[in-house]
Design a protein around this ligand. Structure first.
Ligand code: PMP
Length: 359
């Protein structure tokens, strides 16, 4: 039996082996200090170097303009659902949100605590199986918020919407998986536990020029400006999580960066969707190919009585993590950056074999 399985988990999820080996060593002795990474102060030169490298790797991998600052914060992407409007949305004013599922809705709910929300587009009526294309953003909106990849339903924005207002995005489940003009955004956030590390930190890339424009008093720990002033060290950061992110970002750089990983991600997604589309037993949840997520592939089996059996069959083949989210049903295979192409090949073989056996 292989030590490692084919890990299609939606997040936390697969990490590069190389990262795990390095981290396991640092857990005992961090760079010859005679101390674990968990035993050193966050303000030591050892850890500040880790934080600075992580921040600068994000900046270079995303090719961010100088106006951007990169932060590693606590509280998950869920904290950003409220921290974004608290810092950007003046009370009595409006923010525009596109509702593409559960995660967008959580953002909408929090934004309403601070101002008005205009839900400018929604795919709710079709159980979120497409990305809205025709929508109008109120010109007075303080920002437009989108969720670039919808982890549960398996949809993804294939292009960035054109808008006159500052663009804010939750990129938790597709950050650094594909090339994009990140400079079209004013604020990008992502929990790091899918494509860029282990749970515990949230990456926020924000343009300094959009901050300081609301009149409300912002609690210290929630004020982006204070995090920036303090080099993302306003308080004790989630050190181990930041360290794993730094290693994962180095790994990505060494793979050739976002352009190189995108090629592999495209190959993985094409291989799996192609099998789903051609195998008579399976069906993709998202009909419009342009809206299909390359990170979370959602699909169902045509014979309901075989649903459990296929999961068991996969488990025997060392394929794990493909049970769909309860709201979407069926299956979900997550193909994050660190998932090797080989795992998708094994999955496709399993689908072919299972289908022939059941024909
Ligand atoms: N946004 C998206 C798109 C997500 O997939 C998730 C988590 N699955 C979240 C936000 C919430 O992230 P966290 O658990 O880090 O708060």
């Amino acid at each position: 039996r292989n030590m490692k399985v084919h890990n299609f988990n939606a997040g936390p999820s697969v990490l590069p082996n190389e990262v795990l080996y390095k981290a396991s060593k640092a857990l005992i002795d961090f760079e010859g200090t005679g101390m674990s990474i968990l035993e050193i102060g966050h303000r030591t030169e050892h850890f500040t170097a880790v934080m600075e490298e992580a921040r600068s790797l994000v900046r270079s991998l995303m090719q961010l303009e100088d106006d951007f600052e990169v932060l590693f914060l606590h509280g998950g992407a869920s904290t950003q659902f409220m921290q974004v409007p608290m810092n950007l949305l003046e009370s009595g004013e409006t923010a525009s949100y596109v509702d593409t599922g559960v995660w967008s809705n959580k953002g909408i709910k929090e934004a309403k605590l601070f101002g008005y929300v205009d839900v400018s587009g929604s795919s709710k009526d079709n159980n979120y199986n497409f990305i809205p294309k025709q929508f109008t953003v109120p010109p007075q909106a303080r920002y437009l918020h989108i969720t670039t990849n919808n982890t549960i339903y398996g949809t993804q924005w294939s292009s960035i919407p054109e808008t006159e207002v500052p663009l804010v995005a939750d990129m938790s489940s597709d950050i650094l998986s594909r090339q994009m003009d990140f400079n079209k955004f004013s604020l990008i956030y992502a929990g790091v536990q899918k494509n860029m590390g282990a749970a515990g930190a949230t990456m926020v890339a924000v343009r300094k020029s959009i901050l300081g424009k609301v009149t409300r008093k912002i609690p210290t720990i929630l004020d982006y400006r204070l995090h920036i002033e303090n080099g993302s060290m306003l308080n004790t950061p989630p050190v181990f999580s930041v360290y794993i992110s730094m290693l994962t970002l180095r790994w990505l750089r060494d793979q050739g960066g976002v352009a190189a990983i995108e090629k592999i991600n495209n190959k993985k997604a094409a291989l799996l969707y192609d099998e789903i589309d051609h195998n008579p037993l399976f069906r993709a949840n998202v009909p419009n190919k342009e809206d299909r997520s390359k990170m979370n592939v959602t699909f169902t089996i045509d014979k309901a009585e075989l649903e459990e059996e296929f999961l068991k069959f996969c488990k025997k083949e060392d394929i794990v993590g493909i049970k769909g989210h309860r709201l979407a049903g069926g299956y979900r295979a997550s193909l994050y950056n660190a998932l090797p192409l080989e795992s998708v090949e094994v999955m496709v073989e399993a689908m072919k074999y299972f289908s022939l056996k059941k024909a």
